[in-house]
Design a protein around this ligand. Sequence first.
Ligand code: CA
Length: 589
Amino acid sequence: MNPRITSIENLIASDPAGRNIFGLVITDQLRLAAQSLRLGRRVGIVSGFYIPQAGDGETDGPPGAKALGDALHALGIEVDYITDHWCAPLFRALDIEPLIEPHDYVTRANPTHLVSVERPGRGRDGRYRNMRGIDISATTFPLDDLFLEATRNGLTTIGVGDGGNEIGMGKVFAEALSTIDHGADIASTVATDFCITAGVSNWGAYGLSGALSVLSGRDLLPTADGCMKDIDRVVRIGGAVDGVTHRHEPTVDGLDLSVSIRMLENIRRQIIPSPLERGESLLVGVLGYGETGRSASALLTKQGHRVRISDIAGVTLESGLVVDGVETGGHTIDFLQGCDLVVASPGVREDSSIRDELHRRAIPVMSELELAFQLAPRDLIAVTGTIGKRTTVELLRTLFASAGRQLTIGGNRGLPLSALLLDSEWDVGCRMSDIPHPTSDIRHPTSLIALAVSSFQLETVVHFRPHIAILLNINEAHLDRHRSIAEYIRIKSRIFMNHRPDDILILPFDDERLRTLSRKHHGRTFFVSHRQAVDRGAWLADGAIYTNIDGTVERLGDAASSGAYPYPENLLSAVIAARLCGLPINHSV
Ligand code: CA
């Protein structure tokens, strides 16, 4: 596995329409598909989804196909674009002359790979259907035949889809059948060797280009400008419509263009080094001078960077803080233009116009958590979950204190990480590249930080890598904001995205949705359960807490007082984390 590509795989599964996309993601397919493509000689890319009600093809598909084709071209791989006569105008709008309905393509062109980007795949009854369950067979040329033939001939096939009814999604047929709307009718039976599920199919293609970028060490993604122009051209010149709204607008699946640009730039953050890795003094924009903005500004200047502060309200600078400039009364791109990066306070929404402007200009935007971690990467314990983050972090501090050790705590609704780092006496100047490969033990046993981390903070992490990550629980109560449980779990799992083999993840065994995340984890996973013994982790039995870290079962004494905890898994998670930090816990907890 490759953490950068796993992180991209997670990002592109962002699920704006609540289609249970993350539930259809097969771990590591993006990396395997990109590795295979990189060895390709000639690749046929099939795309185009015709909307009969609108009389045109949709905006999702061809722009992504072109982005992928451009990336493959840059790697010296020959590319053919393939579609049917209904969708050909979209390709021509992109200055591409596609092969139209080439039934003998596989034998004639002898490609090494076939890739589908948002192209209907036949259902169980052999018919093609859109996501509303409407039969579109009369206006869909059976290009999936090429994939069936390619599979028979031993070619490598890749399918990118976002609904379950596309070529490739036959690989997750059972999941699509049971979780997507009209699944029984529309679920595609056409499987490919590799199946990439994304919130929007274009994003899946950007994700493949991003994975190829990671593997080749080059940025092969389209520019934000180029991406916008392509989507605009398929609408204006190619007559494309949005596949959801059926309107002739440069939107994709009902989403504003800025959402796709944000996705593209977030993928790019995963493949290019952070400006903070340059090891030179940077000009950093600070959006919002509230609690996180203040501590971020102070930490940045302490490390020799210059800051430019922009706030909607008035700004009273901390005494002694020297800044490059202050803007009040709103955020403007003119003020922030020229910054090497911008740190945004939680109050500045992801979809705010200033962030869109920054994305368009490819100025990296990061959260205070990500910034603080990159400024001073160190071993952290991070706790997330719907219920009990804060109390678990406090419990950890108590466990540390009773063993005579200090634990500094903060995070969500507590002190931000940059404030904790400011208060510490530790050297905060080390860069990520200076950090030696972590050992199985915590490196700074006396100077640890534990943070409660919210979903909101995790949504935008890039390099954040807590040595011990604890995912306590998930609760349906948060569905309003995150739209689906699958999407909520996707965001929560970003807490361990960057884990290396020696990093640790603690999961609740009794929740199958979370237990199975261990398959997506690169490091060591420990489980907690209040129902049964687990292979590695902590559990409750006979009124006692048991742990097993390295094959030896330990009984940690009477757990009578654990009855006071409504969420025993949270207590067990704290105990196992403390044990992993080397704390002796042989007394009653
Ligand atoms: Ca789509």
